[in-house]
Design a protein around this ligand. Structure first.
Ligand SMILES: [Zn+2]
Ligand SMILES: [Zn+2]
Length: 163
């Protein structure tokens, strides 16, 4: 694992090179967004970044954030997730390691897990005319908290039939 300081420098360089290559301006906003994203542990949406920048007195429009996340997706510094809620969630992807996600369909809770058997199975899978770069599994279900709540509601209404 790289130190966080050298990771910071590496991601900045990847982004700067990308902007150069596409003749885009290297504005401080772009790097502030990148910096914020890499300070977050776990998943985030555009709203989260927007509010974090506001707290730092950085007024960057949501359109600008969207736009820059698009660029970061393109240079593979960020990945996009659809966990089933209404908002698209993102995650930093440099040096983060492959992991899977379990998602509660009731409360939207997302948790990560890794599994060497799954990893091996996918790495050993030969897909025709295709090179695997990365993967993630989404496993949908109900978390224990929601399950307990549901059971408590059921217990309160003994007359009601279970769905
Ligand atoms: Zn839940
Ligand atoms: Zn994740």
């Amino acid at each position: 694992m790289e130190s966080s300081e050298s990771t910071k420098n590496t991601i900045k360089k990847i982004f700067a090179d990308y902007l150069d290559k596409h003749a885009m301006r290297k504005t401080p906003e772009r790097f502030a967004i990148l910096d914020k994203i890499y300070s977050i542990k776990g998943h985030f949406d555009v709203e989260t970044i927007y509010n974090m920048l506001l707290e730092d007195n950085y007024h960057v429009s949501k359109a600008t954030i969207y736009n820059n996340i698009g660029l970061l997706l393109d240079c593979k510094l960020v990945t996009r997730h659809q966990f089933g809620g209404n908002t698209t969630q993102y995650e930093k992807s440099y040096n983060t390691g492959i992991h899977n996600h379990i998602i509660c369909t009731k409360c939207g809770m997302v948790r990560e897990f890794t599994d060497t058997n799954i990893k091996r199975a996918i790495q050993n899978k030969h897909l025709r005319d295709f090179t695997i770069e990365s993967y993630t599994l989404y496993i949908y279900g109900i978390c224990d908290k929601c399950k307990q709540q549901e059971e408590a509601i059921m217990a309160e209404k003994p007359g009601k039939e279970k769905k």
